[in-house]
Design a protein around this ligand. Structure first.
Ligand SMILES: [Zn+2]
Ligand SMILES: [Zn+2]
Length: 381
């Protein structure tokens, strides 16, 4: 990951509540405490906590990473704006010769472009190999989740099992054998990049000795061979919101495969499969239900008891002269989502008996005698 504009604007130490001289251990401890408190699982439907969680994660992603932290410190030393130096455009960033960076001679209007180019470490930029050195975002993963019709409609907290790369449990992802620590790379002094002065500009290239990490592992962890990753079966909690549809992809940010070399984790996509219900159907947030009635019920009107998804039946007043196919709306008995509840749409279907007793046949024939016109008169044939 290249240094970002945010690095110049955000105080990650402050966000984590630690001083900028805090040890890696103190930073990790502060981060874990905050992450536990602010985790979305512990704060459902709390956007403020979610934002804070993201902020804290982003901060730890940088200062909790022994290779990115020196870069971030360096970026902070250069200051947010080289005011009065080099003549940067308003809103731009200008670092003139002899600026506060001491030997960093930049003059750029687009800091992201410049730094992106300077610090790019192969892999994800510029057509390099997809598994280059330096921090790599973890894999995006996809898994499937089968839900009953009712669980999909009402929402459910459940979990999915999957096998993926996770931070190594032996070395906690550092890649170093427990009891040892990665050492600062002597070639780049932990910066991960080497300067290459070309006149006015100073370009940087990834350090070849540490592959841009800024540190070297002298004693690799035996479990993960220094990769910091383990292939493991794990369980991920999933909160399925009410009203998910069949085939919906739910994104769980940061729950995918673990990042490499301190990169962020990928995302996990959960694809839902909703089983059909023998009675109910779904039309968006509305539930649908077909209720057969007899001809006499439709003709004379009746009180119809219909089931609902949450169990308690409701009574529907069928007026006299109800046509087959007429839809009745039972308000609020559909899928209850955060936006509100849908309705239950009841379609009345007149059931025609396939067999009539002698008496019934006689009665229907007598009824037919009383009809002087057919409902097809308008066809004119
Ligand atoms: Zn390990
Ligand atoms: Zn190095």
């Amino acid at each position: 990951m290249a240094p970002q504009r945010e690095w110049f604007e955000k105080d990650y130490y402050k966000i984590l509540g630690v001083s900028d001289t805090a040890t890696a251990k103190e930073i990790t401890k502060a981060y874990r405490k905050l992450a536990r408190e602010l985790h979305p699982d512990a704060n459902p439907d709390n956007p403020a906590a979610e934002d804070r969680f993201k902020e804290v994660s982003a901060a730890y992603d940088v200062v909790g990473d022994e290779s990115k932290r020196p870069e971030y410190d360096e970026a902070r030393r250069m200051g947010p704006v080289g005011a009065g130096l080099g003549g940067g455009a308003p809103g731009g960033f200008g670092f003139g010769t002899g600026g506060p960076g001491g030997g960093q001679n930049f003059n750029a209007t687009d800091l992201n472009d410049l730094l992106g180019g300077l610090f790019s470490r192969g892999g994800r930029r510029g057509g390099g190999p997809s598994r280059g050195p330096g921090p790599q975002r973890g894999d995006d993963l996809e898994t499937e989740l089968h839900l009953t019709f009712a669980d999909a409609a009402k929402g459910i907290e459940t979990s999915v099992n999957l096998t993926s790369e996770v931070g190594c449990s032996t070395c906690l992802g550092s890649g170093a054998k427990p009891g040892t620590a990665p050492v600062t790379c002597p070639q780049c002094n932990g910066r991960g990049v080497l300067d290459d002065n070309q006149g006015f500009f100073s370009f940087s290239t990834p350090c070849p000795q540490c592959a841009g990490r800024g540190s070297l592992i002298t004693d690799p962890c035996p479990t993960c061979n220094g990769t910091g990753l383990e292939h493991k079966r794990r369980q991920v909690k999933v909160r399925i919101p009410a009203g998910v549809k069949d085939g919906q992809r739910i994104r769980l940010k940061g729950r995918g495969g673990a990042g490499r070399n301190g990169g962020p984790a990928g995302d996990l996509y959960v694809v839902t499969h909703v089983a059909p219900d023998p009675l109910f159907g779904r039309d968006g947030d509305n539930l649908t239900l077909v209720v057969p009635v007899t001809f006499s019920e439709a003709a004379l009107g009746t009180k119809l008891k219909v089931p609902t998804l949450d169990g308690a039946p409701v009574t529907l007043k069928l007026p006299a002269g109800t046509s087959s196919g007429r839809v009745f709306r039972v308000k609020g008995k559909g899928v209850e989502t955060r936006k509100g509840a849908g309705d239950l749409l009841v379609t009345v279907e007149v059931a025609v008996p396939t067999k009539l007793s002698k008496e019934q046949k006689a009665a229907v024939e007598a009824l037919a005698e009383t009809f002087t016109e057919t409902p097809r008169d308008h066809l004119g044939v």
